[in-house]
Design a protein around this ligand. Sequence first.
Ligand code: NAD
Length: 471
Amino acid sequence: MKTVNKIYINGKFVTPHGTEIFNLINPSNNQKIGEVTLADETDTKNAVAAAKEAFKTFSKSTVSERIKYLTRLKVAVEKRKQDFTDIMIEEYGGTHQFVTMSNQYSGAWFDSMIGVIQTYEFEKTINSSLVKMQPVGVVGIITPWNASNSSVISKVATAIAAGCTVVIKPSEMSALQTQVLMEAFHDAGLPKGIINFVTGLGNVVGTELTVNPAVSKISFTGSTAVGKLIAKTAADTMKRVTLELGGKSPNIILDDANLEEVIPTAVFGAYMNSGQACIAPTRLLVSENQIDKVNEIAKATAEKVIVGLPQNDDTNVGPMVSVKQFERVQNYIKIGLAEGATVLAGGEGKPEGLEAGNFVKPTIFTHVNNKMRIAHEEIFGPVLSIIPYKTEEEAIEIANDTPYGLAAYVSSPDVERAQKVASQIDAGRVCINGFRHDPMVPFGGFKQSGIGREYGVYGLEAYLEPKAVLQ
Ligand code: NAD
């Protein structure tokens, strides 16, 4: 049994004022593995006060000081790589494959921000005036359970690069991962108050961060529903917001693509992070003339997908994070059946031998109409919808017929053709021929997938406030 009973304020691990206990459950077997003491509004206020005090000095730090801190954070986080891996498997049910890949980038988040501020012009002259990019202030960082470490690390790296101080509220379901992060950040030895952690519930700690007038900005990653709530509440104190929200990403397979290559990639892609990924390509758009061939390959691929214990090297799909998430996915599978979609693979219930955990059968629906709820709503589990299109124009229309606009994918050997299609898709990130990651290019959503961008210069500027001095 593990106990998380400290939060991190002003450079010290302190006992929270909050006393509520939240049980931590291993999603592979639903056994209790630990407890976290949830912090409350008082704790949040204390953390904000520490961050506000630290901001007075830190906001005046030089770029080279910040680079020194970012380097120390990088070293400290990289030292704990194995701990992150172990705990993400145990607490979150992240597969060994996913967790290893995700942890590979931990240090890179700091490197990319070091790279950005080495050349970024924090001061510019425009005509005879000075334009200064000032750190925005205290930032409230609120993150989800499905990518806890990478969300926290990438946001902290950007905030530090900008000269902002932070109060971090990770998901209550990520308390063990948070403990490792708190220790790593503490070991980096930054001046007190720059980084603070408050574990707790969204409607307690998250709400206090959102209303507290000393917080200048909220950087949130999570669901669209909570993102809307934060945007509304934050408006009262005119906080800046960066909202990284949900997705229902289209994956357009153009009719000249090599189906034997792209369909298996598409199926495994939809199941990335066990389907609990905001950027997962969950709508597979294929030419109606090729749908039989696509179905055949997709079904054969689904049979190769290994659902199992997340610690096994060969597991592709692990358990859903919680019973609630398991039930959500089951409910959507029922909805898909009721809507008349054809089940090509998977379906309701748990895979044989995995009844103790929150495992679902990786599912593929085909002959899906984009108006169906399974094609429109974010399921956040390993459920893929294959949607036929008649023409390239219709493929683009279907791709854009969604409230979301986070990511999109296009496959074709004719790169120019793929680029032309990509240019017509309303999404913050369009990948051509495969899945790509680049921490220097902007990440974020169109439409209800969010507001603002993270990563690289675009991400940095979201933590800065331009000030013009006219002379
Ligand atoms: P969630 O919105 O339920 O929770 C996210 C965080 O917000 C948690 O820390 C939660 O405690 C907190 N929260 C809840 N209510 C709050 C409130 N009223 N005020 C302030 N904070 C509050 O999301 P989740 O279930 O943890 O994560 C899954 C969702 O996150 C999915 O919709 C997914 O698409 C999205 N997500 C988006 C991205 C992206 O980069 N766009 C990345 C990962 C996950």
